[in-house]
Design a protein around this ligand. Structure first.
Ligand code: GDP
Ligand code: CA
Length: 321
């Protein structure tokens, strides 16, 4: 069995812990297609927040309390940069983390594509799933905001971390998406999958930028495998973080029904055959999608494996199975 998961950072990483454990039980292969829209250049270093969250989490090197970055992290480089007044100062650049960005940037500068660099970094972390960036090309999520009466585009990370998603915002744009191509292996993985899962990641700024790569949305919509999504919203609230602010920007209600409707039913030109919602949201309906309610709190790996099992069962009950 081949499982493909579309994933953002922290929510995607936690979900993948469950997918990996399930896959080990049944002998399945897992490919994660990960968002690169959050990637940014900091002090000359290429930082890939979502790929790193997934890689560190699956590799056992993530800080479980903070949710992002390395466990046992120290911050000397960040303090020294601040002492020089070197901007930006709002991004949490840890010392251990910097080593990852140095290796990545060196390889990128030597001409290796991001997918090859990601594979090289993963030889250290042994994540147990194949990690693919959605694209090797530059694709950056920007927020179109109004500051002092003037409209301008700002990198999503600045909007999210520095301004805590609190600026009046028109829309998000995926800079570079038009010219981007799916990374090697992405379309093949979707074309030969037995099951495609959309992780409970932020639909607006984690999953949408993956789907914005030309050909990728079509490959998900057209895969012979059933496609099942897992709601990142429980009882009208994002479980952790500020995804409600992103949903507000695109005019989508922050609810399991709202996000399910955003992805849409496959027979309706959308993506989903099945949609898993939390038991709190039992009774949710999405046009042309089979909805099932199970506990969706990823409190530990066992709870997450149960979610994955429910997704597999839902896929098996659907028309595409
Ligand atoms: P990011 O890139 O680090 O922001 O991470 P993702 O986009 O992959 O995931 C963030 C989303 O995960 C949040 O918006 C939450 O809605 C969702 N999330 C976090 N923890 C849980 C959980 O335990 N259960 C569910 N269903 N969703 C969760
Ligand atoms: Ca992210």
């Amino acid at each position: 069995m081949r499982i493909v998961v579309l994933a953002g950072g922290i929510g995607g990483a936690r979900f993948l812990l469950g997918v990996r454990a399930y896959a080990r039980e049944v002998g399945a292969e897992v490919t994660a297609v990960v968002n690169v829209g959050d990637d940014l250049l900091l002090h000359g270093l290429r930082v890939c927040p979502d790929l790193d969250s997934v890689m560190y989490t699956l590799g056992g090197g993530a800080d479980p309390e903070r949710g992002w970055g390395r466990v046992g992290e120290s911050w000397t480089v960040k303090e020294e940069l601040a002492a020089y007044g070197a901007e930006p100062t709002w991004f949490g650049l840890g010392d251990r983390d910097v080593a990852t960005h140095l290796v990545r940037t060196t390889m990128l500068n030597a001409g290796y594509p991001l997918s090859a660099v990601t594979e090289a970094l993963a030889t250290r972390w042994q994540p147990g799933v194949r990690l693919l960036p959605a694209t090797d090309d530059r694709l950056e999520t920007h927020a179109v905001v109004e500051v002092d009466g003037a409209r301008r585009a700002m990198h999503f990370q600045e909007w999210w971390i520095r301004y805590r998603a609190g600026l009046p915002t028109d829309r998000f744009v995926f800079v570079g998406a038009d010219a981007a191509k799916p990374a090697p292996g992405v379309l093949d993985a979707l074309g030969s999958a037995d099951l495609v899962l959309i992780a409970p990641s932020n639909p607006v700024v984690s999953v949408a930028p993956i789907l914005a790569v030309p050909g990728l949305r079509e490959a998900v919509a057209g895969t012979p495998a059933p496609v099942v999504g897992v709601s990142p919203v429980i009882g009208g609230a994002p479980v952790r973080g500020m995804a409600d602010r992103c949903l507000a920007v695109v005019g989508t209600e922050c609810s399991a029904a709202g996000v399910g409707g955003l992805y849409g039913g496959r027979s309706d030109g959308g993506l989903l055959d099945g949609w898993l919602v939390d038991t709190t949201d039992a009774g949710t309906t999405v046009a042309d999608v089979t909805v099932r309610a199970v506990p969706l709190w990823m409190t530990d790996t066992d709870a997450t494996v149960a979610m994955v099992r429910a997704a597999v069962e839902l896929a098996g009950s659907g028309r595409a199975a």
